[in-house]
Design a binder for this molecule. Sequence first.
Ligand code: NAD
Length: 242
Amino acid sequence: MSLLEGRVAVVTGAAQGIGLAIASRFAREGAHVVVGDLDPDALPNTPDTEKMRAVRCDVTRAEEVTALLDTALADFGAVDVMVNNAGITRDATMRTMTERDFDQVVAVHLKGTWNGTRLAAAVMRERSRGSIVNISSLSGKVGMAGQTNYSAAKAGIIGLTKAAAKEVARFDVRVNAIQPGLIRTPMTEAMPAKIWDQKMAEIPLGRAGEPDEVAGVALFLASDLSSYLTGTTLEVTGGRFM
Ligand code: NAD
């Protein structure tokens, strides 16, 4: 029996990287999956099939997140799993970071995750079932220089996850978070080699993670294997900053 047989999952920011790995892994485990992404050019990575839908969606806009969830309800009849994964970086030191770069990063990560969490929870509580998985970051645990915007937003996701978990636990809706470390995706491959090497030196397992290694943990949190976990944060970091 596959772990998500008969379940319907929605994954944001799933045109590439970690989100794409999560959507693909969920589909392999039997789920129907609706993927949302801001970038319509990248959505062909996840073409519409019998079990998958791709929708253009900006997570900072509540009405677009509602439309994403409505696609899952209309085409597949439920929302059992919601993964709030969409993300951007606009790195700069505080001395040079613009207010716009601060606001954008907080909007995509924090408001986007709030939109996805509250709107999915509203659907899930009606059926007394659901699992919400929020993608935070190790930056939200330790704080990274050059990422006051990103670290603040990713730490905020942890508080949001715990508060939401308390609100919806009585409806059997679980809310958990993942803090990935250095994972090989288009986001991190854009980093200068020197920064990549510095980060690698901090990882006890001695290598970067692959998107599918985050997807495996998202699968655990999405499935009944984690039925007694809520409000938790799982670090997928190769032991970095343990
Ligand atoms: P990525 O840049 O490869 O993919 C992010 C996706 O999000 C893109 O397809 C992009 O179009 C989409 N997106 C951006 N803004 C959006 C919006 N407003 N609405 C909808 N979609 C939007 O990044 P990734 O490395 O796969 O990261 C995925 C998540 O994991 C992010 O939240 C990121 O912060 C987090 N994360 C990544 C790492 C890492 O090392 N790669 C580490 C920790 C946390």
